[in-house]
Design a protein around this ligand. Structure first.
Ligand code: B3K
Ligand code: ZN
Length: 855
């Protein structure tokens, strides 16, 4: 497959200011007539090239007349039309079979409805069009379908007309006044019910809101609707951005390649990010709904009103929008806990990507298949870049920068550079060196050492940064790294203020006067920069910070580091005393002033995968054994506390308030430690929680805890869960996921069995992710020395690639981490990658991921 390069960007030869689309919708045979007004862009005589993927032109017309054979021809992936003059009308007709579209890109069928997914390059599977985001067009769309089967017909913009046709048909016409790139086009034809509400914007515009779901799911849409209204108000308050159409619709579909899609005025969602009720959704699911609804809504400005010039600029909309949704969720709940959760995700997904064969900059230089670049680097690291800019500017200047960006580029297809320029001008800052964050892949390491001179009463902080080579980037230049630091006086437990240091040189020292005694360093507070910090802090220093640091992230981090040191020491055969960590946990769980949600985060053991990241070579078995042993010890030492917390946090009634969620989170951690302690009654207590819980958060946590062990309760709980929830797809996903994620010696065999279960299907991406996606995140099981885990995942990739290459390709990266493992595992992993690449007819998506993973 050919490589697309950022440096090859050229403005389009032809523009398409207007498009009219006419759909005769039917699952087996849909006809699409497109009428494009095209205008020549610049002085050239090149033909009009219209992308088409799997399309056959049934008609081509120019200015209303059938085009003659010399006026057009097909090339690989294009319809080429020779045109004279500066503005013409080009019409095409194609036929589609949505019901046989298993890629879930373009127009497809899901659970009896018809819907579209166009980002990044799905529009070319619907009609011939220059499918690139810098072509902005006004859309006028007419949808026609059988009225009984598809009573609801939706598209972008505002509804302008509707009517009845012959033979039970009806039609609707939608016009979107805002020019948009074709990746934001959408339609839905369905028989769905609506949760209807409204929102009055800051300028007094009345917006009709609709969330469309199957009738039976209506009671599960309240949380999404509240999240939507909160998002609309938040974007007005925080960014001064108002909604711009008379209607805003969201449709939930069961089969979807990722979370959701921000189509203008018609967001289409994976149902798992819309539906939530206490019986079937966990608190994490509730937060996911809130965050994704907000994310897609915020795209209306950061993505739709200002879009991307080309796909190399993807982080322009995605990084910025993740930053916006993270801050929204923090405002809706707890800033401290949200930051800890976001950093945990960044480290788990993005740091791993950045240290492996698929590492790429936030603004990549090349790709084979753009779908492979919807990554944690583009999204989550991209968000960290915006966060650093916001930190360096402060709230007022950051807002001045975003105002300038939105005003200057409204209605345009912009670049990351445009964003940075607006920040420089609006925020009055020089970001020359900072731009390297967009260019250089890899996670910077910062070594920090503190020394104290009692004579001069001076403290010196020595910082040293390094950035390892990544594919295609052997040499790196120093980064501009904003580090928030504070120096604590161990005697008083306080500090003299938090400072923002800019590390810009390979090595740099900072002096602090007036310290009679050596202070304790708190660094990268709030996780001010997405870097890995190594310090010379002792276990005592970390214990001190875990008790006294007033920055919640730094306090959490000190606690994590204490645990990491103990576990890594144990794995290396150099045991460190565990008393410090047990004392620190005791202190945190008995501090009545702390938010229980924070406590649950602080006492959480680092994941097996995170521990692997701390080692030169990952030893899954040793990591697992060490972590289990520490968990058992913490469980046993503090057993009475765990019992007390578990009893105390039982709520009579369900509430979705932050306090109630925090209590559940702590309750579930206490249960985890109690069962880990080995107490005889542990499984029974978990089973009672499983049976009596009035919400899925507690029920699933109890199930997961039981699934990690071997007890009669394990078998019973899994059966009960299946029988109770088997009919609801999203809840049944949890049954698959919990078993794939179980830290249990039989998991790999169980996953093989579950892959043959009657309820397993490759046709539904959620189900695939629930089983195989979860499994690849289960380090101990996936990396089973037999290599069976690798084989199961490779088999799945090969089978799925024939149906849905985009989702298949997402399963490849875990196999690409072979350099991080021992020779035996590494060879097995490479063997599977080679087997995948040998499959004839392999998709471009999987080819790119597997071949890069072998390098
Ligand atoms: N923009 C979409 C992602 C599309 C993924 C295409 N492979 C959802 C989002 O980030 O909001
Ligand atoms: Zn997005």
């Amino acid at each position: 497959p050919s490589v697309i390069r950022r440096s090859d960007y050229r403005p389009p030869d032809w523009l398409v200011p207007d498009i009219a689309l006419d759909f005769d919708l039917d699952p087996a045979r849909t006809r699409v007539r497109a009428t494009l007004i095209v205008t020549r862009n610049g002085d050239h005589d090149r033909p009009l090239r219209l992308d088409g993927d799997g399309l056959i032109p049934l008609e081509v017309r120019i200015d209303g007349e059938a085009a003659t054979p010399d006026q057009w021809h097909m090339e690989a992936g294009y319809l080429s039309v020779s045109l004279s003059g500066s503005a013409r009308k080009v019409e095409t007709l194609v036929e589609l079979a949505p019901e046989s579209n298993s890629k879930l890109m373009g127009l497809y069928a899901s659970g009896g409805l018809l819907c579209t997914q166009c980002e990044a390059e799905g529009f070319r599977r619907i009609t011939f069009f220059p499918d690139r985001p810098d072509i902005l067009s006004r859309y006028d769309v007419t949808l026609r379908a059988d009225k009984a089967r598809f009573p609801i017909l939706l598209s972008n913009g505002d509804p302008v007309e509707q009517g009845e046709g012959d033979a039970g048909q009806h039609w609707a016409r939608w016009v979107d006044p805002f020019p948009k790139p074709c990746y934001l086009f959408a339609l839905v034809a369905a028989d769905l019910a609506c949760n209807a509400d409204s929102f009055v914007t800051m300028s007094g515009r009345d917006v009709q809101l609709g969330i469309w779901v199957r009738e039976a799911d209506l009671p599960r849409t309240g949380h999404a609707m509240q999240a939507l209204k909160n998002s609309m108000a938040w974007d007005e308050r925080v960014y001064g951005r108002e909604y711009d159409l008379d209607v805003f619709n969201i449709v939930a579909v069961a089969d979807f390649n990722f979370g959701a899609m921000e189509n203008k005025g018609l967001n289409i969602f994976n149902s798992r990010y819309i539906l939530a009720d206490p019986e079937t959704a966990t608190d994490i699911d509730y937060d996911g709904v809130e965050g994704v609804v907000a994310h897609e809504y915020f795209h209306n400005w950061s993505g739709n009103r200002v879009t991307c010039r080309d796909w190399f600029q993807l982080s322009l909309k995605e990084g910025f929008t993740v930053f916006r949704d993270q801050n929204f969720s923090a405002d809706m709940g707890s800033h401290a806990v949200k930051r800890i959760e976001d950093v945990r995700i960044l480290r788990a997904a993005q740091f791993q990507e950045d240290s492996g064969p698929l590492a790429h900059p936030v603004r990549p230089e090349s790709y084979m298949e753009i779908s492979n670049f919807y990554t944690a680097t583009i999204y989550n690291k991209g968000a960290e870049l915006i966060r650093m800019i916001a930190l360096m500017l402060g709230p007022e200047r950051f807002r001045a920068g975003t105002d300038l960006y939105f005003d200057r580029h409204d209605g345009q297809a912009a670049t990351c550079e445009d964003f940075v320029l607006a920040m420089e001008e609006g925020g009055e800052i020089d970001l020359s060196q900072f731009r390297r964050w967009y260019e250089q892949a890899g996670t910077p390491h910062v070594r920090a050492t503190l020394d104290h001179d009692p004579m001069t009463r001076t403290v010196n902080l020595h910082l040293h940064q390094s950035l390892a080579p990544t594919p295609g980037q052997p040499d790196k230049a120093p980064m501009a790294i904003p580090l928030r630091v504070a120096l604590f006086d161990p005697a008083t437990g306080t500090h003299h203020g938090d400072e923002l240091l800019m590390l810009t040189e390979p090595q740099q020292s900072f002096s602090f006067p007036d310290f009679a005694t050596p202070p304790i360093l708190s660094i990268n507070r709030g996780f001010s920069a997405p870097v890995i910090i190594d310090t010379n802090r002792s276990q005592d220093d970390l214990a001190f910070l875990s008790a006294h640091d007033d920055d919640p992230f730094a306090r959490y981090e000190a606690m994590q580091q204490l645990m990491v040191n103990i576990l890594v020491g144990r794995i290396a055969g150099q045991p460190i005393d565990e008393a410090a960590v047990i004392a620190a946990i005791r202190q945190v769980i008995t501090d009545p002033l702390l938010d229980p949600a924070f406590v649950a985060e602080a006492i959480r053991l680092p994941s097996e995968a995170y521990l692997g990241d701390q080692m030169a070579h990952v030893d899954p078995d040793a990591i697992h054994a060490a972590r289990e042993a520490l968990q058992q010890r913490i469980g046993a030492e503090l057993e009475p506390d765990w019992r007390a917390i578990h009893a105390r946090t039982r709520a009579a009634e369900f509430s979705i308030s932050a306090a109630a969620k925090g209590a559940r989170k702590l309750r579930n951690s206490a249960l985890g430690y109690l069962v880990a302690s080995g107490a005889m009654d542990g499984p029974a207590i978990a089973f009672v929680q499983f049976e009596q819980a009035h919400n899925m958060t507690e029920r699933q946590a109890a199930l997961a805890i039981l699934a990690n062990g071997d007890s009669a309760e394990r078998v019973a709980a899994l059966d009960i869960f299946y029988n109770r929830y088997g009919a609801d797809a999203l809840t049944l996903d949890k049954w698959f996921q919990t078993q794939a994620f179980a830290v249990h010696p039989d998991t790999v065999d169980l996953v093989e069995e579950l892959g043959r279960h009657k309820d397993f299907t490759l046709a539904n991406p959620n189900r695939v992710r629930a089983l195989y996606g979860a499994f690849t995140g289960n380090q101990w099981a996936f990396h089973h020395i037999s290599g069976k885990g690798y084989r199961l995942v490779a088999d799945c990739i090969l089978a799925l690639d024939r149906l849905n290459p985009q989702t298949a390709a997402r399963l490849v990266p875990p196999l690409g981490r072979w350099k991080r493992f021992d020779a035996a595992r590494g060879a097995l992993m490479r063997g599977e990658l080679e087997r995948i690449l040998a499959q004839p007819g392999l998709s471009k998506d999987v080819t790119e991921q597997a071949s890069k993973s072998l390098e």
